[in-house]
Ligand binder design. Structure first.
Ligand SMILES: [Zn+2]
Length: 124
């Protein structure tokens, strides 16, 4: 049997609410890594994808939409520094990050893509 470099819990080229936090474009080469949960009702996943123009991004969710999207050198790799409008940035806060505590504590669909948008992409 040929050994695969892909972990069995990785799903490739799949649908993800993750978009490029800079241009809001669709990502290619998407990967979702299921990290499993302590109990079945916990959704714990890493989502990654590549913007042809802005490179790789990833984020982690634990039963809630992600709070931040990170620029990385490759899927599940190390953080990558980006300079946007002259400002260094490693991560991009999502809409979810700014939800009031009442909403943040309520039960929401972690894959609701409205919460995955970044402040920056909303301005466009
Ligand atoms: Zn982009």
């Amino acid at each position: 049997m040929v050994e695969s470099k892909v972990a069995p819990r990785d799903r490739r080229n799949v649908q993800t609410p993750l978009r490029c936090p800079i241009c809001d474009g669709a990502l290619s080469n998407t990967v979702i890594r299921d990290l499993g949960g302590i109990t079945v009702d916990i959704t714990w996943q890493m989502h990654a994808g590549e913007c042809p123009e802005h490179g790789w991004f990833q984020t982690e969710i634990v039963s809630r939409p992600p709070r931040e999207i990170f620029a990385v050198d490759r899927p599940f790799g190390i953080a990558r520094r980006m300079v946007i409008d002259g400002v260094e940035q490693y991560s991009f806060p999502t809409v979810w990050m700014y939800e009031p505590p009442k909403v943040a504590r309520s039960k929401v669909d972690p894959f609701d893509e409205r919460y995955w948008r970044t402040q920056r992409s909303l301005r466009r």
